[in-house]
Design a protein around this ligand. Structure first.
Ligand code: KIV
Length: 291
């Protein structure tokens, strides 16, 4: 049972000031969220990465607001003290501010998320500002932004040149200015990520951005080696091989069913021999009931 006080945006800011690293992991359903919370995770992100790791899409682009709501509800049912942030999916915050606010409001009211995450730089600052003014905490996300994968043209590291670094720093400052409470830096060179972390007063959460960020985030399935076709990524550390464990266990189950070893006597339920005898004529010398 998790006895921590619920994590808040103020607590996350304090963790940055105290140099206490912030541990973030994604989760997409009740058991994954419960296990993450029991393990002491500070922030649970219902990432739209669920498109890849749960729904089997090639990117996060097909993920809808209804998908996010469905998974967010399952996660928030499980969580008591970790801070739950959920992704606003592709193209749900690029139209009118009214539509953006309505989408975020659903994630908070129906999904019970505590905050939303938006991908993009200075160009989405007006949306961030509108959400924050409406009382919705926003986590920003820059560097590699998977929802723009078809525009970026691949999973590239950001901040390798001075130009890129200046642009990313300007984006980070604009998002902080717009009121974001934290910012994810994905696939950003470690020197730049450390510099952004030093310049901002809000926490930075890195993924593939080195050790200089205020916190780290990884995808649940990556941490666990959980999936049938997980491709190892350089910036990920897998702490288990759950996929192998599951494959082996299910393989053993299949083999025991086919070999008639499962179910064994202890997995079955019996009526008394007397009762069975009355029904089917077993245990009392024949088909009594037919005579
Ligand atoms: O969708 C997601 O899981 C994310 C994290 C990788 C930061 O955005």
């Amino acid at each position: 049972m998790d006895t921590r006080k619920p994590i808040t945006t103020a607590k996350l800011r304090k963790m940055k000031l105290d140099h206490t690293p912030i541990a973030v992991v994604t989760a997409y359903d009740y058991p994954s969220a419960r296990l993450a919370e029991e393990a002491g995770v500070d922030v649970i992100l219902v990432g739209d990465s669920l498109g890849n790791v749960v729904l089997g899409y090639e990117s996060t682009v097909p993920v809808t607001l209804d998908d996010m709501l469905y998974h967010t509800r399952a996660v928030t049912r499980a969580v008591r003290s970790s801070f739950v942030v959920t992704d606003m999916p592709f193209m749900t915050y690029h139209g009118s501010l009214d539509a953006t606010l309505k989408g975020a409001a659903r994630l908070m009211q129906e999904g019970l998320a505590k905050a939303v995450k938006l991908e993009g730089g200075a160009e989405i600052a007006p949306a961030v500002k509108a959400l924050v003014q409406a009382g919705i905490p926003v986590m920003a996300h820059i560097g590699l932004t998977p929802q723009s994968i078809h525009q970026i043209g691949g999973y590239k590291v950001h901040g390798k040149t001075n130009d890129q670094a200046e642009r990313l720093m300007a984006d980070a400052l604009a998002l902080e200015e717009a009121g974001a409470f934290a910012i994810v830096l994905e696939l950003v060179t470690e020197q730049l990520a450390a510099e952004v972390t030093a310049r901002l007063s809000i926490p930075t959460i890195g993924i593939g951005a080195g050790a200089g960020c205020d916190g780290q985030v990884l995808v649940f399935h990556d941490v666990l080696g959980y999936g049938s076709d997980i491709v190892p990524k350089r910036f990920v550390k897998a702490y288990a091989s759950v996929g192998d464990t599951i494959r082996t266990a299910i393989g053993q189950y299949v083999s025991e069913v086919k070999g008639r070893q499962f179910p064994a006597a202890e997995h079955a339920f019996r009526m008394s021999d007397e009762e069975a005898g009355r029904l089917y004529g077993q245990g009392s010398g024949g088909n009594d009931h037919e005579q």
